[in-house]
Design a binder for this molecule. Structure first.
Ligand SMILES: [Mg+2]
Length: 127
């Protein structure tokens, strides 16, 4: 992660795009745009067809992952956020919110659909 952040920082510095948040909102929209590109591949089709389309368009999914990682790391760069620390904090939070033993039984993390999300407990433990 640290190496990836350094690559993004160098890329931006070489282009004189140093720490300017003028276009922060555009990077956020860009994340949605990239999501829309892959959504277009699988929208409104059943799961079997989705599997086939994903396999046939794997290169576009590879681009999606690369583009999204760049955009997230670009935002981290602009805001001086350590992406490794942010990721580790998120995973610590998810470990509390979605306890493996409960999730294995209930299958997912949506309480409205019978799953479990111990968000309140996770918030309390941060205090
Ligand atoms: Mg793209």
């Amino acid at each position: 992660m640290k190496k990836a952040q350094e690559i993004v920082a160098k890329f931006n510095q070489e282009r004189g795009w140093d720490k300017d948040i003028t276009y922060l909102k555009d990077f956020l929209l860009n994340i949605c745009e990239e999501t829309g590109e892959v959504w277009n591949l699988i929208k409104w089709i059943n799961i079997e067809k989705q599997k086939k389309v994903i396999e046939e368009h794997k290169d576009e999914w590879v681009d999606f992952i690369g583009d999204e990682l760049f955009l997230v790391l670009k935002i981290a760069y602009l805001l001086d956020i350590d992406a490794q620390e942010a990721f580790e904090a998120t995973m610590r939070d998810y470990e509390k919110r979605f306890p493996a033993e409960k999730i294995r039984k209930l299958k997912h993390g949506n309480p409205l659909a019978g799953g479990v999300d111990d968000k309140k407990e996770a918030e309390e433990s941060k205090k």
